[in-house]
Design a protein around this ligand. Structure first.
Ligand code: ADP
Ligand code: MG
Length: 336
């Protein structure tokens, strides 16, 4: 099977986009999307007085403090959390904080994942994963408003806000589906304009390490690999391909694994590279387990998992997703 060079793919897709122009924000009435500030200055000036009473234990820099208030203020006001205790980890796209749970929640601690301001994120990859995905709003509902959908296509500030919210909503919605289905993922509690509140894995001193930093005992290698496969099966049952699955996005705590980091999920049916993205996930996992002494055949494993859920190795793409001006799409149309 022809393998896809993702770097070239990102670049090709990226070069198709019009240059970034920052238009004045036009906000259609009643779309319900709270404006995410664009600059730190805006963040500082836009602070809501009602969250003034939110003073937390974690010693943040002035800018970070403003960012935390902006991102977690409403979650605090609604009593999901009562304190921010410390930073757990800054990742590629987000920073995760340990929070003391508020009285709405019956666990002592929660993790708040706060996404980076849009201008500090690597938006390059978003484009690849957004293919075939409906746009979701702040309540994880599919956006049907034509004005918002048009804006979503544009490289305007308002369009970026919609994409940012949709990106976060995909993570929240996937966690909800997978948690309800019994997968090993943190329990999702609440989604804000820029944050997700979920179950915390770890203890007061430290968050759970990622699996890539752990040397497994020989006896746990096979059972944990099987557990990962169980989770992949649940995901495929629910038409979810993680899209960035590797030992970096699996936490290990007390001998158990937890899969994290879902904003880039894609559907096995709606994306023309779905199988390539899925097999990359499987390959990366197999590479980690191979270093732990478990030999597997990633290509045949990926193909078997995929087929056993009724998906085809060559995706059947709905004509709606094909672009007549794209030579790759025209090739698919002829071959299909
Ligand atoms: N629920 C959680 N409990 C404990 N630590 C977490 C949790 N979620 C994320 N983390 C920590 O935060 C890091 C970044 O989170 P992640 O969702 O992977 O975002 P990124 O896209 O920035 O990689 C993780 O590598 C992990 O160390
Ligand atoms: Mg991650």
């Amino acid at each position: 099977m022809k393998t896809i060079d993702y770097q070239t793919l990102y670049e090709e897709i990226d070069s198709d986009l019009p240059p970034v122009t920052y238009e004045k924000i036009k906000k259609p009435a009643g779309h319900g999307l709270k404006k995410v500030p664009d600059t730190m200055a805006q963040i500082i000036h836009s602070q809501d007085d009602s969250v003034d009473s939110f003073q937390f234990t974690y010693h943040a820099s002035r800018h970070e403090q403003s960012w935390l208030l902006e991102s977690l203020g409403s979650i605090y006001e609604e009593h999901w959390i009562s304190d921010i205790l410390r930073m757990v980890k800054g990742g590629k796209e987000a920073t995760v904080y340990l929070c003391k749970a508020g009285h709405l929640v019956h666990v002592p601690m929660l993790a708040a994942k706060i996404y980076r301001p849009r201008m500090l994120r690597n938006l390059k990859n978003d484009q690849l994963y957004r293919e075939g995905r409906a746009v979701l709003d702040k309540d994880s509902h599919i956006v049907k408003d034509l004005g918002m959908l048009k804006a979503e296509h544009k490289r305007s500030v308002y369009g970026e806000q919609i994409r940012h919210q949709s990106w976060i909503a995909y993570e929240f919605q996937s966690l909800k589906k997978l948690h309800a289905a019994g997968a090993d993922v943190p329990e999702p509690y609440e989604m804000g304009i820029n944050a997700i509140l979920m179950g915390y894995i770890g203890d007061e001193q430290s968050g759970a390490p990622s699996l890539n930093t752990v040397n497994l005992r020989r006896a746990e290698v096979r059972p944990l690999f099987d557990r990962v496969l169980k989770n992949i099966n649940i995901m495929l049952d629910h038409q979810i391909v993680h899209g960035d699955l590797s030992a970096y996005n699996i936490l290990y705590w007390d001998g158990q694994i937890t899969l994290i980091d879902f904003p880039q999920v894609i559907s096995p049916l709606g994306h023309r590279c779905a199988y390539q993205i899925f097999s990359r996930d499987v390959r990366r996992l197999c590479e980690f387990f191979a270093r732990q002494g478990l030999k597997t055949d990633p290509s045949s494993l990926a193909a078997d998992l995929w087929r056993s859920h009724g998906y085809h190795l060559r995706p059947e793409i709905h004509p709606r997703y094909l672009d007549a001006d794209d030579p790759r799409d025209r090739k698919l149309w002829k071959e299909g």
